[in-house]
Ligand binder design. Structure first.
Ligand SMILES: [Zn+2]
Length: 415
């Protein structure tokens, strides 16, 4: 099972926006891009929202049938490990093997030595086609990489073998993710991580490294754009080298777990993948949930009231809601509006404060990040929330579609 050159992962916490998301992708495909939709949802999200992996499959199939979409599409068991993968096995056909927790777990000195010995021919000045300086590969560096990543890549291999046993080889897409960690994996690290995966027989098709810079939830990238561009381009070229030299699948490409809305790196990535004629997988996760809240606010009446209620609960429980996301949010609580103030707002004002239009005078990234991590609050409202999604479907669907098409796909594919 192969992914298309371009694919986009759309998360949908409450499983109501599948059609709107697919419409945005189909619109880009009508313009000639050729993007495969991937519906992703992590175990953590399922737990908070009380959904089952089968619900995502149902949603995807229903959206595809309703819109008569006839291209390939995928359901991604996002960020799974050996202890959480089981409920996803039947209905997912894309598995993101999250091995971040195993980075740095100690390996035997024999395993490390064996890996270093297997890299003999790459030692010294390693020339990678397209990178203007050779990579300096020393024994010390290889030992360091092996010590940090042998156990993690072994873990990927265990999950992969489990999936092959359950689903059969070739019946699913394999992604390996290491993005939810503090320190980035540089291109030379990624090269040898890919070698380990190849050695262990994991036919990885997308790989999600931790890039340099901050990838906070729902807001723009923070970091040095030139450095990001250099690292991203070297990653693309290293992958090309790994495919040719380690026998990995030819469609192997980068997966960018964006945490949504990394608008300033979109044109950078767009230029590089175009220059080298390479593919890309982009996960956008929580953006759609925010569009639901925006749509409710714009709908007015009970919709706006619900949006305000969500903010009030988010504000009052911010510590609890932010804790699981502490590494990927930066909220300046002094810049959060009070609940009393928000309760006086119009739907327009609420929507403009939440909607990600950098430079808009009302836009408040603190407000946005807080609501981004607060979907648990809406989940607790249960049917009260989902029935409002259905009641105001028209305005919400328009927000969801416009967001994915206008703010994401247009920027990424120069539409
Ligand atoms: Zn991720």
């Amino acid at each position: 099972m192969k992914l298309a050159k371009y694919s986009i992962g759309v998360g949908d916490r409450f499983a109501h926006q599948g059609k709107a998301q697919l419409r945005a992708i189909m619109k880009a495909n009508e313009a000639g891009v050729g993007i495969s939709p991937v519906w992703n949802k992590s175990n953590r999200e399922h737990i908070y929202v009380h959904t089952h992996p089968a619900d995502v499959r149902k949603e995807a199939d229903a959206a595809v049938a309703a819109l008569g979409y006839n291209g390939p599409y995928f359901v991604d068991a996002d960020h799974v490990n050996l202890s959480t993968v089981e409920p996803f096995v039947e209905t997912a056909n894309f598995f993101t093997l999250d091995v971040a927790a195993f980075i740095g777990k100690p390996s035997s000195s024999r395993d490390v030595a064996a890996f270093v010995a297997s890299c003999e021919k790459y030692m010294g000045e390693l020339k990678i086609f397209g990178i203007d300086h050779p990579l300096r590969v020393t024994k010390d560096l290889l030992e360091e990489i092996a010590s940090k990543f042998l156990v993690a890549t072994q873990q990927a291999s265990e999950i992969y073998k489990y999936l092959v046993e359950k689903k059969g080889a070739g019946n699913f897409v394999t992604e390996v993710s290491m993005d939810e960690v503090e320190s980035p994996q540089t291109p030379v690290y990624m090269l040898f991580i890919l070698k380990m995966l190849a050695d262990k027989g994991v036919p990885v098709q997308t790989i999600a490294p931790k890039f340099t810079g901050r990838f906070n939830k729902g807001v723009d990238y923070r970091g040095d754009l030139n450095q990001f561009a250099k690292e991203f381009e070297e990653d693309v070229l290293v992958i090309d080298y790994a495919v040719k030299n380690f026998g990995l699948p030819e469609e192997l490409k980068l997966s960018v777990h964006s945490g949504s809305d990394k608008f300033s790196i979109y044109p950078v990535m767009a230029e590089i993948i175009k220059k080298h004629d390479k593919g890309l997988h982009l996960k956008t996760a929580g953006t759609t949930w925010l569009e639901e809240v925006i749509g409710l606010a714009l709908a007015g009446g009970d919709g706006l009231e619900c949006a305000k209620q969500i903010y009030a609960n988010s504000f009052n429980r911010s510590e609890e809601l932010c804790a699981p996301y502490a590494d990927v949010i930066d909220i300046d609580t002094k810049k959060l509006p009070t609940v009393e103030e928000v309760n006086t707002w119009t739907g327009e004002k609420f929507a403009n404060t939440l909607r990600h239009i950098p430079g808009h005078p009302d836009y408040n990234s603190n407000f946005r990040q807080l609501i981004h991590v607060a979907y648990k609050v809406a989940a607790e409202m249960g049917e009260t929330y989902t029935s409002l999604l259905e009641k105001h479907e028209d305005v919400i669907a328009q927000c969801v579609e416009e967001n994915i098409y206008e703010r994401h796909l247009k920027r990424l594919f120069n539409l």
